[in-house]
Design a protein around this ligand. Sequence first.
Ligand code: ADP
Ligand code: MG
Length: 302
Amino acid sequence: GGGGGVNIQVLLRCRPLSKEELSINTPVVITCNEQRREVSAAQNIANKQIDRTFVFDKVFGPKSKQQDVFNHAVVPLVGEVLDGYNCTIFAYGQTGTGKTYTMEGGGGKTQDGELPSDAGVIPRAVKRIFDILEAQSAEYSMKVSFLELYNEELTDLLAPDESKFSDDKSKKPMALMEDGKGGVFVRGLEEEVVSSASEIYKILERGSGKRKTAETLLNKQSSRSHSIFSITIHIKECTPEGEEMIKCGKLNLVDLAGSENISRSGARDGRAREAGEINKSLLTLGRVINTLVEHSGHIPYR
Ligand code: ADP
Ligand code: MG
């Protein structure tokens, strides 16, 4: 938001059914109406058919392409970031609904600098930022960071591996600190200066690879962890009076933990603390967003 203003939009994306889901004839309970920006959920409660309809700022049906989502939802934000605003995109939903696919992509490989059609929001945003800045022959610098938040512990997904043999060493937790100006930062977080899009694709691969390794090691941790990819851009500009000015914008791309964790109550296989913390973080996020929307005085960021 700029000038204290905050603009929040809620977009919904439905993914297509997978081959497996189709082969077992999974009943379709969700219908999307892109024109009306509506989604209906069919529910059968005590033998009564109850359909509920929800309206969003934008609805992307199951046929929507990565490119469509990017053009509608992200292109305007990239423009704002380059104008010096801070923007954040959260992917929220149950495990398996397409958050990581939407944010990172389907795993297709970049060829000759061209992104694959299944590339997600992050590589597309990066490419667009570079394309615009190069076309303007702007003087700029760009930094990226890639964090994971799991069980109230922060892990730097870009930290260089200190030892090939010790996984917990490269995954040491970091502290979240207040900067005294109303913001927060992560102490010791690796911020990589990048000067080309292909460099970021490699960084992204490294980071999400690390996330995937952790997933297999720690029993599907990724569905219970949040990941935050941040791009910070400084652009040098001259005012009409010939004064030099630095504009700073930031884009945060967040892949949240699976929302099914939010309703899971009690401790199962000794995960009490973990479930509790996921509840806390997703509930707090919801509370913060609601207060921002309602413009009520105190915003409970902490
Ligand atoms: P989440 O991160 O929400 O747990 P994923 O992004 O891993 O879910 O998606 C689950 C599966 O569905 C993956 O195999 C992914 O490739 C596939 N998928 C998700 N969204 C789409 C889509 N829009 N089109 C095609 N496949 C998708
Ligand atoms: Mg995921």
